[in-house]
Design a protein around this ligand. Structure first.
Ligand SMILES: NC(=O)c1ccc[n+]([C@@H]2O[C@H](COP(=O)([O-])OP(=O)(O)OC[C@H]3O[C@@H](n4cnc5c(N)ncnc54)[C@H](O)[C@@H]3O)[C@@H](O)[C@H]2O)c1
Length: 285
């Protein structure tokens, strides 16, 4: 297996909320990064997101190098074949098992067979994603938190066939990005989303059933339980479509106590996905 000390280029698949965040922290840590999405418009949007995040961090004196130097390590592409040079790939495409399995089958065919392929899935089975490749032992979950440059934690998810050395590599890479890690077995939602998703859905139901106003649901949880964001604002921040996809997987795997809230489904059907579309439970500029 390719050691972390031999990793120079990190491939990132998906340039959305998480993908461009992962590309940014990898480049900040000194890696060359190739970020791939399906349309050049999405790649450009990801690169713009990185540029403005780096500028914000530089304004706070939070970067060791100037933002331009970090940005120059990142290149965008729509061509998966460019990832042939990667020494490690982190996947962050949409939360859909078939799409991820297709991406992993393609990655296994274009990349060197001794490199680690990691998935940023929130809830899907790492084992099922890995079985689309010929190297399930080198596939691992690297579950970054949103926003990636700010959140300090990364959940390492161990699939049925993930090798011990791959797990060690995953912890070491995340640590090298300045993150702290914990480990979860490959069970639906892992540690974090298994607990977080029912909490968010219960917040949405409480609001929908008139237990409290939107603001008081969030305020009550912030002040009452010392979390930085209440369930409705956190759902908007994550993306309501991402919350719904995750909730549906948990519901399917773990039963009715994970049923998604009706109002969550209605908002996603209306295209109100939270911060990223400007409208969710709250309105954004
Ligand atoms: N949003 C969060 O808070 C959060 C947190 C942790 C993990 N995740 C997980 O990270 C992953 C990405 O979520 P996100 O919020 O960044 O979603 P997003 O919708 O912002 O971005 C997904 C991107 O993947 C791209 N894509 C789709 N198919 C592709 C393909 N075949 N090849 C390359 N790119 C492709 C899309 O064009 C889009 O740009 C999901 O698995 C999600 O569950 C999300």
């Amino acid at each position: 297996m390719r050691e972390l000390s031999a990793v120079e280029t990190v491939g990132v698949v998906g340039a959305g909320t998480m993908g461009h965040g992962i590309a940014q922290v990898a480049a900040t840590a000194g890696y060359d990064v190739t970020m791939r999405d399906v349309e050049s418009e999405y790649v450009d949007r990801g690169l713009e997101g990185i540029a403005s995040s780096l500028d914000r961090l530089a304004a706070k004196d939070a970067l060791a190098e100037d933002p331009e130097t970090i940005r120059s390590r990142i290149s965008g592409t729509t061509d998966l074949a460019v990832l042939a040079d990667a020494d490690l790939v982190v996947e962050a495409v949409i939360e859909d098992l078939e799409v991820k399995r297709e991406v992993f089958a393609d990655l296994a065919s274009v990349t060197d067979d001794d490199i680690v392929l990691a998935t940023n899935t929130s809830t899907l089975s790492v084992t099922s994603i890995a079985s689309a490749t010929d190297r399930a032992d080198r596939v691992v979950g690297l579950h970054f938190m949103n926003p990636v440059p700010v959140m300090e934690g990364v959940e390492v998810v161990v699939g049925e066939r993930t090798a011990d050395e791959t797990v060690v590599f995953a912890h070491a890479f995340a640590t090298d990005l300045g993150k702290e890690t914990w480990e979860s077995d490959d069970k639906p939602g892992f540690v974090t989303n298994r607990i977080l998703m029912p909490w968010i859905n219960e917040g949405i139901r409480a609001y929908d059933e008139g237990v409290a106003t939107r603001d008081d649901v969030d305020r009550g949880m912030r002040l009452g339980t010392n979390v930085p964001m209440g369930p409705l604002e956190l759902a908007d921040h994550i993306g309501l479509d991402v919350v719904l996809d995750a909730s549906e997987t948990l519901h399917e795997e773990l039963g009715d106590r994970y049923k998604p809230a009706y109002l969550l489904k209605r908002k996603v059907a209306a295209g109100d996905l939270g911060k990223k579309t400007g409208e969710g439970f709250y309105a954004y500029e």
